[in-house]
Design a protein around this ligand. Sequence first.
Ligand SMILES: Cc1ncc(COP(=O)(O)O)c(C=O)c1O
Length: 389
Amino acid sequence: MAVEKAGVRPRGLTPSCRHRFPIFEQRVYINSCSQGALSDAVRASYEHYLADWDEHGAPWEYWVERGEAARSAFAGLINAAPDEVAVTTSLSAGVSALASGLRFARRSKVVLTDWEFPTIGQIWHAQEARGARVVHVPAEADGTIPLEHFAGAIDDDTLIVSITHICYRNGAMVDVPAVVELAHERGALVLLDAFQSVGSLPVDVRALGVDFLGAGVLKYLLGSAGLGFFYCRRDLVERVWPTQTGWFADENIFAMDHTDYSPAHTAARFQSGTPPVPSIYAGIAGIELMQEIGIPATREHVNALNAHLFEGLDDLGAAVATPRAVERRGALVCVKSTDANELVATLGREGIVTSERDGNLRISAHCYNTVEDVDAVLASLRRHRELLA
Ligand SMILES: Cc1ncc(COP(=O)(O)O)c(C=O)c1O
């Protein structure tokens, strides 16, 4: 078990990128599991969108080209090909399009975990009306889901296993390749919700072996709300027939043909209506900035910050809900609280932005955070020790 070695005061990336995020002039922002900080690049991208609109009126050709640029950026990010990627308005939109295109006749079971984001559970449970049987793999109290729990749930009737990469409630990482191996052995497909991992660590669909992946750009990819993407492995694209659709999913959007349904032969078939053009400008700017800063370097930097955080939390005697092993967690560290809402509000009054879920304080460092930010969080927690469980 690789537990991060503490004691080193990480400097890392921060000096070169922090000045791009003006919020740090006002606050300690350590809440990227919720929303990435606004950069100068993303702000400028919105200004470009407004200028293009103002100057050209309706530059749809260019806007469609921007959508294609986003598709290529997403593909590059996860080691997929552009024709395996749909540009969506949210993670939910891509996953719903997938669910709408599956049939539950030959195999009816959908296996998910107790760590899923609500939208995942809700989308799959909505398929019960269409014959799906949804089963939840339980987590252990120690912040793990042992592989045996998956082995007990995935069987010959399982159509798809829907897992989250990093749990939004406790920061734990699922052993994706191991679950994929188990699922594929039994003929089941695997969907990965990578919203809490993409941008914070390298995500490679080929190395992970997943069949489908959904994510959005507003957290560790530094973009804003309104843009997501969905990956479908090339050989599966034409095996799914989405019934939740729209004209940007058509094989030829410019044909303007309302007399039939001919979905694209690429993963664009998981798209829907008019693309979220302003969010696409911002998403491209966010991804480009994140790639300039470096995702593997960010993972290393945040692991070092979190080693320092774990050490400080141990000194405080805090109960940490996130697994210790580096390969079993993402960027997010969760701390149990007696009143997580009050703790977030208290930190907020001291200029520190965090969030809470499920009774846990969520502390999520990114490329722009410093050891001083972590020290500020720890000092505040020490002052309000009574709010830690
Ligand atoms: C793990 C995870 N999945 C999904 C979502 C939401 O996805 P969307 O609103 O884009 O459908 C979030 C957002 O916080 C998330 O953390």
